[in-house]
Write a protein that binds this ligand. Structure first.
Ligand SMILES: CC(C)(COP(=O)(O)OP(=O)(O)OC[C@H]1O[C@@H](n2cnc3c(N)ncnc32)[C@H](O)[C@@H]1OP(=O)(O)O)[C@@H](O)C(=O)NCCC(=O)NCCS
Length: 189
C-alpha cells in the first residue's frame, strides 16, 4: 500500500533507496542532528538496518520513502517512531536539497499526518527539531504544530549553542485544519 498526496507518494522503503538515505545522513545540511557526526554512515549499514527488521503486527514505527509523483524520483523519507497505540507518535522528515522549496516536504508531512490521524487514530503527533533549522520549524507550523517545549542551549552544532524545540499537533487541531475530512473517532470524555 502506498499513501498518496498531491505531489508525492509515500511508499515502503527498498534496498535501492538506501544509497540516498546514507547520503542524506552524511550531509551536514540534511542531517539535522550533530550527534550523527562523523559523517561516515555507509549504504551497507542502512541496508543492514532495513534487513534486520522482523515481522510484527505490533508496529510502532515506520520509515516511508518520499517519491515525487511528477518525476518518479526519490526525494527523501518521512518516519514515525515510538507510536503508542491510538495515542501518540514522533515524526521526522529529511528531503534531498534539490527538492527544498518545492512543496514536496509539506505534502509528504501532510500525507503522513493523514495516515497517523485517519488510520492509526492518534490523539497527538510531535517532533523534535532545533532553533538552527527555521525551515523545519516553519514546515511544522504550516501543518499546525505549535512549540510546546524549548530546551535552551541543549544542542551544539556548527560551533553554536542552539535550543532543542519540541513541537506538537493535537488531533482536534489537525481536523480543524482539514474541514474536508471527518474525525470518525469519538473524543475521549
Ligand atoms: C526541513 C525540510 C524538510 C523543509 O523542507 P523545505 O522544502 O526545505 O521547506 P520549505 O522551503 O517549504 O520551508 C518550510 C517553511 O519554513 C519557512 N521558512 C523557510 N526558511 C525560513 C527561515 N529562514 N525562517 C523562517 N521560516 C522559514 C518557509 O517559508 C516555509 O513556510 P511556508 O510554506 O508557510 O512559507 C528540509 O529543509 C530538510 O529536509 N532539511 C534537513 C532535515 C531536517 O532539518 N529535518 C527536520 C528537522 S529534524
Amino acid at each position: 500500500m502506498s499513501l498518496e498526496g498531491e505531489l508525492v507518494v509515500l511508499r515502503e522503503e527498498r534496498r535501492e533507496d538506501q544509497k540516498l538515505f546514507a547520503a542524506l545522513r552524511n550531509d551536514a545540511d540534511t542531517q539535522a542532528w550533530p550527534k550523527a557526526l562523523p559523517p561516515d554512515y555507509t549504504e551497507e549499514m542502512h541496508v543492514k538496518r532495513l534487513e534486520a527488521r522482523e515481522f510484527s503486527f505490533e508496529r510502532d514505527s515506520a520509515r516511508l520513502a518520499i517519491v515525487e509523483k511528477a518525476s518518479g524520483r526519490l526525494a527523501g523519507f518521512v518516519s514515525y517512531t515510538g507510536e503508542q497505540h491510538r495515542l501518540s507518535a514522533s515524526i521526522g522528515i529529511i528531503v534531498s536539497k534539490e527538492f527544498w522549496g518545492t512543496g514536496v516536504a509539506f505534502d509528504a508531512q501532510e500525507t503522513l499526518l493523514g495516515f497517523l490521524f485517519d488510520e492509526l487514530g492518534l490523539r497527538e503527533a510531535h517532533l523534535w527539531t532545533h532553533s538552527g533549522i527555521p525551515k523545519a520549524i516553519g514546515l511544522a507550523q504550516r501543518s499546525g504544530f505549535a512549540v510546546c517545549i524549548r530546551l535552551r542551549e541543549s544542542v551544539f552544532k556548527n560551533g553554536r549553542l542552539l535550543d532543542a524545540v519540541i513541537m506538537s499537533l493535537l488531533r482536534e487541531d489537525y481536523y480543524a485544519r482539514h474541514p474536508e475530512k471527518a474525525d470518525r473517532l469519538p473524543p475521549i470524555a
